[in-house]
Design a protein around this ligand. Structure first.
Ligand code: ADP
Ligand code: MG
Length: 613
């Protein structure tokens, strides 16, 4: 039979090199990875057989068999699941599947010691086999096809594929164990590993020594069907790793059974750290839908909304029909109810956690708040709860605050929740727009996330207090009572800017909407603000960045009447220098905003002229 030799994708080559030369001490995880894949394969075939019963016509119950043979120094992991054909083998075991391996690769530093430590954090799936084996043979037949194939590799750059005449259902992986991995030829060792990492696997895992009877070594019942007090924290964690393709500890575990009008079980996890693909469109879905213990799909937007996409786990419904097709899941009324209930449950538990563990909750918010804020924008029904859950940085100190706490600290006469958005926290903190607010002791929320500019306009207000950007409209600081602890600095007399403003307007023409005296500046001479009804400066820039066609809205140039430069200019508004000054100050305000100058050459010419005196 002919045999083809193919090269591994370069990225896979890097991973394999690391595996083959691995000095990682926790090599036993290879078994967890292979069993996890075998279990997924059984789930997939069970689902496919719902609509094509002949796929499992041979009648064999799903099982995973681990066989150890000291004579040949092999460990074999076999499953009777979905199997792989030639293309699948090449694609799945020769390139980077969309698995944890992608994240792993991104973290690789090239420093072997650091990289080896990463193996423990990521697992790296199938390729972990090469930590213990110097030859791996995968024989597989895809359900519904007649030809079986054998994939073989020593992990050193290439693999071979050949037709096989094996009569199997599913996949059999034979590991020829390395000399330094002979410890895994002891069946007692394997049993211990399976019980540690894979007890939660719902399919029976049978362990056999060559020539002897096999025995089932795991509990083989779906973890979420067991009662909470029978499950240890370690078992929850191992299940989370398996179902979520995750390698951290869950920050929160929610396990509940809903009985009544709709019956379902939820076992959901909130990760501690951010999944690497959280903001990527091709991200891996996190919550699997089961119907009466049968896996249906993990590609279903109908189980949890996008703004809870960091959730990992399982929802298992008793009411949906088993033969439901993935297409029928859309707009299915039962599923809609389950989704609503799941959302309520998760938000409710988060509220409780925010109270009982305020510190830990801030860590969660720091990691996933950005995603939850999408819900403020998308889901009016949960807005009030989400506003309660939200935390923000503010100018008060570096700490997080809730909106309730912010409102409680509002100054007498303050009517709105003031915020500044767009840009890194530190850049926001330095913005001249904040000066007047700082001088009066008025706290301003710092909103660095892109999503902030979307939810604020659609939410509008919290408890009757509207959100107002400090870069837009009049600051109206006069109405707010100053914090008595902020002794106002000796302020220089505000000069009359009438003549200067008129001269600036003539000079700047259409490049500004207006020129006016500012009450929000105390230290900087100028700043740009958006009109009350106009688009927020940052919002406009963001839309442009995303290729939207927004006509530039001219802005208002504000002059600080107490700044020495402005006072000086006000005294000589009819001087010939005023023309250049108007343009220079507008450009300066643009620079502070981080905006490109429309005519850098003119800026440079004017500045040079000024410096030359
Ligand atoms: P992951 O499980 O995170 O996707 P792996 O490296 O563990 O990544 O596996 C890569 C892919 O190979 C899987 O997604 C699956 O498509 C395929 N695969 C691995 N083992 C099996 C198996 N026993 N049966 C069927 N397909 C498998
Ligand atoms: Mg895997």
């Amino acid at each position: 039979m002919s045999e083809d030799t193919l090269q591994f994708q370069a990225e896979v080559g890097r991973i394999l090199h690391l595996m083959v030369h691995s000095v990682y001490s926790n090599k036993e995880i290879f078994l967890r990875e292979l069993i996890s894949n075998a279990s997924d394969a059984c789930d997939r075939l069970r689902y496919a057989a719902l609509s094509q019963p002949d796929l499992t016509a041979d009648g064999g119950a799903f099982e995973i068999t681990v066989t150890v043979d000291k004579d040949t120094a092999t460990v074999a992991v076999a499953d009777n699941g979905i199997g792989m054909n030639r293309e699948d083998l090449v694609e799945n075991l020769g390139t980077i599947a969309r698995s944890g391996t992608g994240a792993f690769l991104e973290q690789l530093s090239g420093d072997a010691r650091k990289d080896v430590a990463l193996i423990g954090q990521f697992g790296v799936g199938f390729y972990a086999a090469f930590m213990v084996a110097d030859l791996v043979e995968v024989t597989s037949r895809k359900a519904g096809e007649s030809q079986a194939w054998t994939w073989k590799s020593d992990g050193k750059g290439s693999f071979t594929i050949a037709e096989s005449d094996a009569d199997i259902r599913g996949t059999r992986i034979v590991l020829h164990m390395r000399d330094d991995a002979k410890e895994f030829l002891e069946s007692s060792r394997l049993r211990h590993i399976i019980q540690t990492y894979s007890d939660h696997i719902a399919v029976p895992i049978r362990l056999a020594e060559a020539g002897k009877d096999a025995e089932t070594v795991n509990s083989a019942s779906a973890l979420w069907t067991r009662s909470r007090n029978e499950i240890t924290e370690e078992q929850y964690t191992e299940f989370y790793h398996h179902v979520g393709h995750a390698f951290d500890k869950p920050w929160m575990t929610l396990h509940w059974r809903a009985e009544g009008r709709i019956e379902y079980t939820g076992l959901l996890f909130i990760p501690t750290s951010r999944p690497f693909d959280l903001f990527r469109p091709e991200r891996r879905p996190g919550v699997k839908l089961y119907v009466k213990r049968v896996f249906i799909t993990d590609e279903c937007e109908e189980v949890v909304p996008g703004w809870l996409r960091f959730l990992r786990g399982v929802v298992d419904s008793e009411d949906l029909p088993l033969n439901i097709s993935r297409e029928m899941l859309q707009h299915n009324p039962v599923l809609t109810q389950i989704k609503a209930a799941v959302v309520r449950r998760v938000l409710g538990d988060l509220e409780k956690r925010a109270e009982s563990d305020a510190e830990g909750y801030l860590g969660f918010w720091d990691t996933f708040g950005q995603v939850l804020k999408e819900g403020l924008y998308e889901e009016p029904a949960h807005r009030d709860t989400l506003l309660k859950l939200a935390r923000f940085r503010s100018t008060r100190d570096g700490e997080w605050t809730s909106l309730a706490d912010y409102v409680a600290r509002m100054r007498p006469g303050q009517e709105a929740i003031h915020y500044i958005s767009g840009g890194e926290i530190d850049a926001l903190r330095r913005s001249p727009h904040l000066e007047g607010f700082a001088a009066k002791g008025v706290e301003v929320l710092l909103l660095p996330d892109a999503i902030d500019d979307f939810w604020i306009p659609s939410v509008g207000a919290y408890e009757g207090k509207s959100f107002r950007s400090v870069t837009r409209g009049a600051a109206d600081l006069d109405k707010i009572e100053a914090d008595p602890e902020k002794t106002p600095e000796e302020k220089p007399e505000a000069s009359d800017l009438g003549a200067l403003i008129a001269a600036f307007k003539t000079q700047l023409g259409d490049s500004v909407k207006d020129v006016r005296s500012s009450d929000r500046l105390t230290e900087s001479p100028v700043c740009l603000v958006a009109d009350e009804g106009g688009m927020d400066i940052h919002m406009e820039r963001m839309l442009k960045m995303h290729g939207q066609n927004v006509p530039p809205t001219p802005r208002i140039l504000e002059l600080n009447p107490r700044h020495s430069l402005i006072r000086k200019l006000a005294g000589e508004a009819d001087s010939p220098r005023t023309a250049d000054m108007a343009h220079l100050l507008l450009d300066q305000a643009r620079i502070i905003e981080g905006e490109p100058l429309p005519d850098p050459a003119a800026f440079s010419r004017r500045l040079s002229a000024l410096l030359a005196g």
